[in-house]
Design a protein around this ligand. Structure first.
Ligand code: ISE
Length: 326
């Protein structure tokens, strides 16, 4: 049986996912939606799908599952709509652009009483990150997780956008690898005069360990690394393997400037795994609770940055629906 997928968002991320969806034998993209009609029309014709309004698409009988890759502020509205009609969905991060939006998705899913929304924290499926996670199994309690995240970005994003769009990934990586929560957050900022670019976030974890995030916007390349220290040893990702070129008496190793190439395999496996879960009627991957908590920590980070003080992360009790999630 083929599973009909509705794709909301036909920009860079939506189009990237569309390629992976099309490669899955058990899935067929039947409808697409986008705020820009030409983007929807062009992707629809390449996929052999129809164009629909996002909410109508979610309600359509032949749409069994929904992939949300539209602009950030629309994620929560579409995710709640999918939950209300009981359709599984893969929602790109962030769950919302505000805590209230993310909370609305959490409340809707808890009210529905089943996990339907998988959040697109795809680093868990990156082979290098997965190898670090399995290498840690024999190394004892984790004392430190150090994330390095460099973006080549010329949009001069707001601090809010930067935390919601970028740092949520690292926050999730730290929670995923340690199984601990952030208790308190401090942020140190380096400013280069023409705005804010670099920061170091230090998170104190409930396990007693530390999670740090070294983040740069306008960095020299796109890079994501993680290094974990445990009581019995350490594990870290290697630089992503790429091609070396030699020309003009120079040998060069290209690092890359965006996440599509760096996480190509992670995005592919994410769709493959989602398809498997849809086929089995099971749930896998990062949950709405993960998405919500990442945003709560990101918000604490913003407050820590604004106030130059240590900010406590005040999480509500974890709903039992997510009790065995991680
Ligand atoms: C972007 O939206 C992503 O999701 C990338 O994975 C992340 O590394 C980047 O910082 C974000 O802007």
């Amino acid at each position: 049986m083929t599973i009909g997928v509705g794709l909301i968002g036909c920009g860079g991320m939506g189009s990237w996912h569309a390629g992976n969806l099309a490669a899955q034998p058990g899935l067929a993209v039947v409808a697409v939606a986008d705020a820009v009609p030409a983007a929807a029309a062009s992707l629809a014709s390449s996929l052999g799908a129809r164009v629909q309004d996002g909410l109508e698409l979610i309600g359509s009988d032949d749409v069994d599952a929904v992939l949300i890759a539209s602009s950030d502020e629309t994620h929560a509205r579409f995710a709640v709509a999918a939950i209300e009609v009981g359709k599984p969905c893969l929602c790109e991060k962030p769950l919302g652009t505000t805590i209230e939006q993310a909370r609305a998705v959490l409340d809707a899913e808890v009210a529905a009483g089943r996990r339907l929304v998988r959040v697109g924290f795809m680093r868990e499926l990156d082979p290098a990150h997965a190898q670090v996670a399995s290498a840690l199994a024999g190394l004892g309690p984790i004392t430190k997780v150090r994330c390095v995240h460099r973006n080549v970005d010329d949009e001069h994003r707001s601090v809010e956008a930067l935390f919601a769009q970028s740092l949520v990934h690292d926050i999730h990586t730290i929670r995923w690898l340690t199984g601990a929560e952030f208790e308190r957050v401090t942020v140190h900022v380096v400013s280069r005069g023409d705005g804010f670019h670099d920061l170091l976030l230090v998170g104190e974890l409930t396990s007693g360990g530390l999670g740090t995030i070294e983040f740069e916007d306008h960095g020299f390349a796109y890079e994501v690394q993680v290094e974990v220290t445990a009581e019995g040893g350490m594990a870290s990702t290697l630089p992503h393997p790429r091609v070396i070129t030699r020309a003009g008496a120079i040998e060069a190793l290209s690092i890359g400037t965006d996440w599509f190439a760096r996480f190509e395999e992670a995005y592919r496996v994410e769709i493959e795994d989602w398809a498997r879960c849809l086929g089995d009627g099971t749930f896998g991957g990062p949950t709405v609770w993960d998405g919500f908590v990442a945003q709560m920590v990101a918000r604490a980070g913003e407050l820590a940055m604004e106030s130059d003080a240590v900010v406590a992360v005040e999480l509500p009790a974890r709903p039992s629906l997510y009790g065995d999630a991680r």
